[in-house]
Design a protein around this ligand. Structure first.
Ligand code: SF4
Ligand code: SF4
Length: 302
């Protein structure tokens, strides 16, 4: 007879997730120290939400009463068709519908499966939507390791994945085998970062990161941004695309993540001429919608 854990993992794969692991909801001691130091140095920039609930961020027991298990899933977003090289470049994760919605829908289906087919259960679903250290727990659940580019890398599958989590009051079998760091002597991501935002292995200064500046940062863009942004208009994939673990990875097969022809060929001129209606039509329900037309035009104007 299959255990509850294997039934959950099997269902996760059926729902389209590429990987699923389970770990204990322990206090993330190592991560807690790292986070405190990172915040103290101001590397989070204007992301003040990182400062709030930092106790919860390191301790999943503060997020869900009587939590016994953490299920972590990974959903591929590597594009099966990429933008034209001349187009205004959008980060791969934002090609399709807003991942928060798509991942949560799949997590909800997994949660319902557990509650209906396995046992009554209580818990919460997260996808970048709560102070929760997803990458830290994904490592504990045996999904991969955190590379020098700060991304979770799944062996043989790369790092273009959204992580989603379910915290449950149900005890499950935990994955105990942790995959060791396989970055070795490679420093490709650090060498390729155009702004030196990746200062050292696993150390990211967000205030220098093109992704942070184009998406999270609302102010006037610094000169180094203008000198390094190239034809990017939303986000940056460089420290992921250069990674040897991301070569020859499979494109995603999730319908909601497929880019429209319009996005694949999006020009800077089109962005600058857009009005609010055009913006809504093209980006409604995508991650780009969150930054609004003004900020997109600020980025394109550079
Ligand atoms: S996203 Fe771009 S700017 Fe940010 S750390 Fe990676 S390579 Fe550097
Ligand atoms: S580029 Fe190299 S160092 Fe950076 S995450 Fe990938 S394997 Fe690790």
């Amino acid at each position: 007879m299959c255990s509850a854990s294997s039934l959950i993992k099997q269902k996760a794969l059926e729902l389209g997730f590429s990987a699923c692991g389970i770990c204990r909801p322990d206090f993330a001691e190592q991560y807690s120290g790292f986070l405190k130091d990172w915040l103290k140095k101001g590397f989070h920039g204007e992301m003040s939400y990182m400062e709030r609930n930092s106790d919860k961020r390191s301790d999943p027991r503060l997020l869900v009463d009587d939590v016994k298990s953490i299920i972590i899933t990974a959903l591929n977003y590597y594009p099966s068709k990429k933008q034209d090289a001349q187009a205004a470049q959008v980060a791969y994760y934002a090609y399709g519908k807003d991942y928060h919605v798509v991942v949560k829908k799949k997590l909800k289906a997994l949660y319902d499966f557990i509650a209906l087919e396995i046992a009554p259960v209580k818990g919460r679903i997260f996808c970048d939507s709560a102070p929760f250290a997803e990458k830290y727990h994904a490592v504990k659940a045996g999904l991969g390791w955190v590379g020098k580019n700060t991304q979770l890398i799944l062996p043989g599958k790369g790092s273009f994945f959204f992580l989603g989590s379910i915290l449950l009051d149900m005890p499950l079998e935990y994955d105990e085998v942790v995959i060791p760091d396989r970055c070795g002597n490679c420093t490709k991501c650090i060498d390729a970062c155009p702004t030196r935002a990746l200062m050292a292995p696993g150390r990211l200064d967000s205030t220098r990161c093109l992704s942070y500046l184009s998406i999270e940062y609302k102010g006037d863009l610094p000169d180094f941004y203008k000198e390094t942004i190239g034809n990017r208009v939303y986000g940056c994939d460089t420290c992921n695309t250069v990674c040897p673990w991301n070569q020859n990875v499979r494109g995603n097969e999730t319908g909601e993540f497929q880019a429209s022809e319009k996005l694949l060929n999006l020009s800077f001129e089109e962005i600058m001429k857009m009005n609010e209606d055009d913006f809504d039509k093209l980006f409604f329900e995508t991650a780009i919608y969150r930054i609004g037309l003004k900020q997109l035009q600020r980025n394109a104007g550079v």
